[in-house]
Design a protein around this ligand. Structure first.
Ligand code: FES
Length: 168
């Protein structure tokens, strides 16, 4: 296989890796860095289980090649909080039962954190009819923005409750 070097940061720690050029960010995280909090659901951009935050934006890590991320800053669920010190979004998911089996949860939480940042920055949502509309913190807006993260157990309403609480 053709390999290439890539240097990037994951959860604040620098890494230099020599990777098969076809390696996705998801496989780099799980198989090379052993950060298995990020989950592989569909491996084709449909479920959101693999969502991580790269340079402040959420991304389906199964759809992006690792070598495209030279110098980038990646945050995974392991970088948001620890069992002793949960990120406020993690704590809210626990409080509101925002999961059942838990498989989609790391992606849901990374996405939730990035969603609140998107709203704060005034980024319009992709599927709204009026792209000039100011983002609002309504349940509808949150549901729309979280629509790329599938939960097969159907914990959606509790997930929205958790995000709403963190949003204040
Ligand atoms: Fe990436 Fe499903 S595993 S979107």
């Amino acid at each position: 296989p053709v390999t290439s070097k890539v240097a990037l940061r994951v959860n604040g720690q620098g890494h230099e890796l020599d990777l098969d050029t076809r390696t996705t960010v998801l496989d780099m995280l799980r198989e090379h860095l052993h950060l298995t909090g990020t989950k592989k659901g569909c491996d084709q951009g449909q479920c959101g289980a693999c969502t991580v935050i790269i340079n402040g934006r959420r991304i389906n890590s199964c759809l992006s090649l690792a070598i495209m991320h030279e110098g980038d800053d990646i945050t995974t669920i392991e970088g948001l909080g620890t069992p002793d010190k949960l990120h406020p979004m993690q704590a809210a998911f626990v409080k509101h039962d925002g999961y059942q089996c838990g498989y989609c949860t790391p992606g849901q939480i990374c996405s939730s954190v990035a969603v609140l940042d998107e709203i704060r920055r005034g980024v319009p949502s992709h599927v709204t009819a009026d792209l000039t509309a100011k983002p609002m913190l309504s349940a509808d807006e949150l549901r729309e923005r979280m629509s790329g993260n599938i939960c097969r157990c159907g914990a959606y309403s509790n997930i929205i409750d958790a995000i709403t609480e963190v949003a204040g």
